[in-house]
Every structure is written in C-alpha cells, then in structure tokens.
Design a protein around this ligand. Sequence first.
Ligand code: ZN
Length: 327
Amino acid sequence: MGQVNVRPQAALALDVGGTKLAAAVVVVGGDGPQVRCRVQVPTETDRGAAHVMERMERAAARALADYRATESAVPVEACGASALGCPDAAGERVAFGANLMEGWTGMPVAARLSHAVGVPCVLLGDVQAHALGEARWGAAAGAPSCLCVAPGTGLGGGLVIDGRLVRGAHGLAGHLGHMQSVHAQGMRCSCGTLGHIEAVTSGVGIGALYQGVDVASADFDPAIDGAWVARRAARGDARARAVLARSGFALGSEIGSWANLVDPAVIVIGGSVRKAGAVWREALERGFRSQALEPLRDVPLVDAALGDDAALVGAAEYALDRFARPA
Ligand SMILES: [Zn+2]
C-alpha cells in the first residue's frame, strides 16, 4: 500500500482565484491527500484587496475551526496560500498584482493569514501550487519532473523538478504566459507588453483573436471569451474553429520551446481553456511537435487530474515542506 509508514500531516490551504476563493485543511498521508472542511466563497476582486484579504482570513479561520471541531487527530502545522498575482521570493507578500485588483501589490498575505489562524504561512502563485499538486499526487505523480501549463483567465505555468517546485530568484519561475511569440505579434498582453503568448492563448486572448482586436482595444467585448468561442465552434462556426486551431497551435509551439529549455518528463495541461474541444487540442499537440526537439516529441501532454483540489493540495504540500517536514 505504498508509503504506509509516512506520518500523516495536515496543513491549512487557500486557493484564491479571480472568481472564487477556497480554504480547506489538507491531510497528507501515505495514501494521498484528503481535502477536508472545504469553504468556498466568491472572491469579489471588484471590491479591492483589503476586502479580499478579510475574506481569505475568514474562510481560513472557518475551515480550521470546522476541522478542529470534527476531526483533530492530525494537527494543522502550516498554512499555504495559492493566490492570483505574483508572490515575492520569500513567499510573504504579493510582489505584483495591481492589474488584478486595487491594492493587491504589497499585500502581506502570509503575515495576515498567520496572525488570523495561528500557524506559519507561505504564499505562492496559483499555477505554481497547481503544478506541485499535480506533480505530487495528480497527473504527473511518480514522474521525476513536470511542466504544468494552465490557460484560463490568463496563461500560467509552473515547473517541478525532482519533486520540488522551482520558484526562481524572484518567485516568478514558470511564467510561461509572458514569453514572446510570433503568434502574438501586435497583441497586447495583460502585463502591458506587446507580443506575449498569453495575449492569444488565454480565454480572454481567444476572445480577442475571434474579435480581431487586442484586449486593450475599446472595441474588445469581454463577453466573447474562450468558452464563448468554444461553444460557437461546437456548433460549426468556421471562424471559431479557426481561432481555436490558431490559439492551440500557438500554445503548443510555446510549450514545445519550453520543453527544449527544461526537458520535463511530463507536461500537465490545466486551466479552463483545455476544455475548448478537439480542434484546440489537436492543434496544441501539432504545435508542440512543431517546436520540440526530436527526442522530446513524445513527451506526454496530459490533462490535469486533481480538478479544483490541485492548488489546495499543492499549497498544503509546499507549506508542509517549508514548515513541518521532515517528520
Ligand atoms: Zn505579458
């Protein structure tokens, strides 16, 4: 039965996305992670960072109180927070997030949560947490390394090598979305730069491609996004199908280039855009093989397996590594 002698450990985990905010206690033993006492509420980014921070504190405290009231056999030793925006190198504050919500840059997330729940806390990026969760217990479990790519509202990435999340010197490692691409020439990225791959591969970017304008344009309609285009494509809209093929190929090409740089054993595809359908997926695979060096062309591109729990599991794992392990 695997690592039955591993002492179970528990961490509080948060997953703060653009639309929803989740908190839970993750108990990790030899048989895998169990997500307990999950609390989920809308993030409400439109009300600003101070409001969101308070919601995070309340959700975390409630999940922890629920856990302690019902099943406290495994004590909670740490807290990991996966959140939108860029964390700093120390995992303490949001280094950059002004484009996501007012007041988010500089928010001392780790200290605020630690004060609220009474255990040490670390902050990491949302796709970084996804990547670690999938690498430890999901689609890349057992693989020596993985690159996780998540086209959703934006385009995130995360890299795990030898079981460890690579965070980089500034906490930003894995920001695949902000790589220049020939497929995004003239398109404005969410970070403000022209030509980054996110501009044509995120859900918003797919909408922009369909409309033939970039996201910064006054003519851009945010209601036309990746999901909208995918629905049109499924009904036979030729333009929608062409846009999905172009976007999928562009993303696959970028992943192929990244594979040449880091040589991952497995590539995990997460994010909502991966549900865009067969046209997108086939183009993604084709784009990948067009850029990957010959020995890498058979590296598997697999779907993320942990669903909504991936970031919670990854954040808990990261926090346990930092504050609690080795047992
Ligand atoms: Zn960018």
